[in-house]
Design a binder for this molecule. Structure first.
Ligand SMILES: CC(=O)N[C@H]1[C@@H](OP(=O)(O)OP(=O)(O)OC[C@H]2O[C@@H](n3ccc(=O)[nH]c3=O)[C@H](O)[C@@H]2O)O[C@H](CO)[C@@H](O)[C@@H]1O
Length: 338
């Protein structure tokens, strides 16, 4: 790496795949430019799983931060004092590495380093969703730049592979079921309800189950002798997305923009308990452009009704009209410039 010494950027935040994916693509882009940022995340959630062994960061710190939003009374006070303690810790880390810029991808694991950046260095925030999270709401006025695609038409950081393998879909030969980084019981159940009939129609099934439900789903397909490509989580999901013609998916922002970049039409079934119902509003943004279908709940009968009437070519072409290219480069350019 050319500028190994240029380590004065910290990326912070995580918890779930949606946040971590942003941290990953921003880090990859910085690495391409010879910059090795540091990472400050949490011991909870999936931060360690994603980054503990990632050599693209010059140093990695996992603090014992936890969420505050759904807590009440004493546990809220404990959580707040924990943020305070971790913010002091994060401040020491920022000082040690002479950090000039903190890039936050949100989530509770971003809180300590984001607070520590205030009055110390510049803070950049990427809010993924069509509803501003509580931490981001507090920090937005203090940030140098607040990126959001839904409200400000900012670029969304998406890996190149989704663009490179994009194609207009015309015929449904393969359906992919996607539950977001953790899997979704509702989507798993729908897949199992419709699998036999899809099989009869010669439609191939790709199914991401999430860790918790993998065994049950896998056993179902085996018992029913349905040849489905079942997995809990796959780091090379892009290949599977590219080979599909329709997605049945949760509406987490990273998944939604990856499908858009790939021009893969989707029926979105948003996670109903997401803060501010943001998954619904994420999906509605596409549905309003006639580029996706969004449903609160879908049962077998309605599923096949949609399948019989859906025009995936129109949806795919409308996805093609949404210009998302070079989002990562644009965000990193802006962060490095200002
Ligand atoms: C339940 C919940 O609160 N979910 C939130 C979480 O979703 P979640 O963590 O599910 O995030 P997204 O759907 O945005 O992204 C999931 C990411 O994981 C990747 N992936 C997924 C499965 C797999 O097998 N392999 C793989 O690599 C996808 O390509 C994608 O990049 O963060 C998102 C971004 O803030 C929010 O919009 C979601 O509302």
């Amino acid at each position: 790496m050319k500028n190994e010494k240029l380590n004065n950027i910290a990326i912070t935040g995580g918890g779930t795949g949606g946040h971590l994916k942003i941290a990953k693509v921003i880090k990859d882009e910085l690495n391409k430019r010879g910059i090795k940022p540091i990472y400050i995340g949490s011991t909870s959630g999936a931060d360690m799983e994603w980054f503990e062994n990632d050599e693209g960061f010059s140093a990695k710190y996992f603090l014992d931060s936890s969420g505050v939003v759904n807590k009440k009374g004493l546990s809220k006070i404990t959580a707040l004092s924990n943020i305070l303690k971790n913010s002091f810790e994060a401040k020491k880390i920022l000082k040690k590495h002479n950090i000039k810029k903190v890039f936050s991808v949100g989530g509770y694991s971003a809180a300590p380093a984001s607070f520590a950046s205030l009055g110390f260095c510049k803070l950049y925030i990427h809010e993924q969703n069509a509803h501003i999270g509580s931490l981001n709401k507090i920090l937005k006025p203090f940030s140098k730049r607040f990126f959001n695609t839904f409200f400000y038409n900012d670029p969304y950081p998406i890996e190149d592979i989704f663009f490179k393998t994009a194609r207009i879909r015309k015929e449904i030969k393969t359906i992919i079921f996607l539950g977001g980084s953790q899997g979704a019981l509702q989507i798993n159940n729908l897949a199992l309800e419709v699998a036999k009939e899809l099989n009869k129609k010669d439609i191939k099934i790709i199914h991401q189950t999430g860790k918790k439900d993998y065994k049950r789903v896998k056993e179902f397909y085996e018992k029913e002798k349905i040849d489905a490509n079942v997995f809990d989580f796959d780091k090379n999901l892009a290949v599977k997305i590219a080979s599909s013609d329709l997605a049945i998916s949760r509406a987490g922002a990273s998944t939604l923009f990856e499908l858009t970049a790939n021009k893969l039409p989707a029926i979105f079934i948003p996670y109903p308990y997401a803060a501010g119902d943001h998954q619904y509003y994420n999906a509605k943004w596409l549905a309003d452009k006639n580029a996706a279908i969004v449903k609160r709940n879908v049962e077998k009968k309605e599923f096949f009704k949609i399948l019989n009437n859906i025009n995936i070519e129109v949806l795919s072409k409308n996805l093609d009209k949404i210009k998302l290219q070079n989002g990562v480069e644009k965000i990193v350019d802006e962060m490095l410039r200002n």
